[in-house]
Write a protein that binds this ligand. Structure first.
Ligand code: ZN
Length: 222
């Protein structure tokens, strides 16, 4: 399995997609969360350092209109995009392709996100989607931190694949993400990110939802 920065090395070398010319419009999912912010940063860093200016970035964002009533996630996503544009002004990072939907009871967000990624390809906005889904924490640590939750077990099964819907972080958990924030001095970007999806946020993150607890497990902050 090729994961983490190995994936980015191989993608920009043209090893993953031999007919690489087709894959220059990169469409990373930028959710407003901490994982996808890192993914966008790494993409921009590679393009800038390797001067691969034939690659452009088209962030994609979708949000459930019922989520995050205090500050919608697209605001976080846009602040992250602006932050990375300032770090790498030589890289073309387009305005986010943002769509809204209303999550029906029992639906998974992926039901809305994947069709919209496919639509973005269909209309020529992107050639290659990059999702920043990470692995769950180890099961024993999830149990110890009271975050072993059936709701998100599916993340254990996600694997990297050489497909349009690729996920380079699928075999890496949030402590790996934390290590990259330290490695690349991204502390200033941390406050721009939000992971909480609770509707019960009166003053910032709820500190009780799965995403809040996972972020705390890795970063010791919400
Ligand atoms: Zn929360």
């Amino acid at each position: 399995m090729i994961t983490g920065t190995d994936w980015f090395d191989r993608f920009f070398n043209g090893e993953i997609f031999p007919e690489g010319e087709k894959y220059h419009k990169i469409g990373p999912w930028v959710s407003g969360g901490i994982d996808s912010a890192l993914c966008l940063f790494i993409l921009a860093m590679y393009i800038s350092k390797l001067k691969l200016y034939n690659f452009t970035i088209q962030p994609i964002h979708g949000y459930n209109t019922g989520d995050r009533v205090l500050k919608p996630s697209y605001q976080n996503a846009n602040e992250i995009i602006d932050y990375i544009r300032n770090l790498y002004p030589d890289v073309v990072i387009k305005d986010s392709f943002t769509f809204a939907y209303k999550l029906e009871k029992g639906d998974m967000k992926i039901k809305y996100h994947i069709p919209n990624a496919l639509y973005a390809r269909e209309v020529g906005l992107i050639d290659q989607y990059v999702g920043a889904y990470t692995l769950n924490p180890p099961k024993d640590q999830m149990i110890a931190h009271d975050i072993y939750d059936d709701r998100d077990k599916r993340r254990d099964d996600l694997k990297y694949s050489n497909t349009f819907l690729t996920r380079p972080f699928a075999a890496l958990d949030k402590k790996w993400i934390r290590d990259q924030y330290i490695k690349y001095n991204l502390e200033d970007m941390l406050p721009l990110t939000a992971s909480c999806i609770s509707n019960n946020q009166t003053q910032g993150p709820c500190k009780t939802c799965w995403w809040c607890k996972e972020k705390y497990w890795a970063f010791e902050r919400y």
